[in-house]
Write a new protein. Structure first.
Length: 184
């Protein structure tokens, strides 16, 4: 059999194997390549969902329509998987009140302040804290939400968030429990 036919068949078999691997054996392939996925992450997601600071906003904060409760899950991106839980609030007070509230509440709950290492224009609330949650390094961020950010994320912006008075509290951890910090 000519070399060209062997190469063509080999390429075809490789393409079929990779496609089949993508459909049925992706977890094994990603693990072999050092990537992580969300398989078996349900318990970690639930641990993050139960973090008290997600449910303890400053007095006067409300849940905007369409953002009720904690949203939690596992997300995969470019071979890295993380578990996250977040909650969105509208607040008629000042960013300084939100910052003061979460710095106090986080310290009381054992979270340590971390540096975000970033300066984001038009983001008056930009906090990050670190702590181990059931043995897993975890970060907790509190950040401003602008109407532009919300429109990009989810489409129409609820009226109570249209003035830029919203903020989000989010807990994030590596799906396998690896190190994570505020600069990640």
């Amino acid at each position: 059999m000519p070399i060209r036919t062997i190469r063509t068949r080999t390429a075809l078999l490789l393409a079929v194997a990779l496609t089949a691997g993508g459909l049925g054996g992706c977890s094994a392939l990603t693990a072999a390549m050092g990537f992580t996925d969300c398989e078996g992450s349900g318990e970690r997601v639930e641990r993050l969902r139960s973090i008290a600071l997600l449910d303890t906003p400053p007095k006067g904060a409300t849940e905007p329509r369409g953002y009720e409760g904690v949203e939690a899950g596992c997300w995969e991106d470019s071979g890295y998987a993380s578990v996250q839980a977040d909650r969105t609030y509208a607040f008629s007070g000042t960013p300084a009140e939100v910052i003061r509230h979460y710095r106090t509440a986080a310290a009381r709950d054992g979270w340590r302040p971390g540096s975000t290492g970033r300066s984001v224009p038009d983001m008056p609330i930009d906090l990050c804290f670190t702590r181990s949650v059931d043995g897993t390094p975890t970060i907790l961020t509190v950040s401003s939400l602008t109407p532009t950010t919300l429109a990009w994320e989810s489409g129409p912006v609820p009226p109570e968030l249209a003035t830029g008075s919203g903020f989000r509290v989010e807990a994030t951890a590596d799906v396998e429990g690896g190190a994570i910090d505020c600069d990640d």
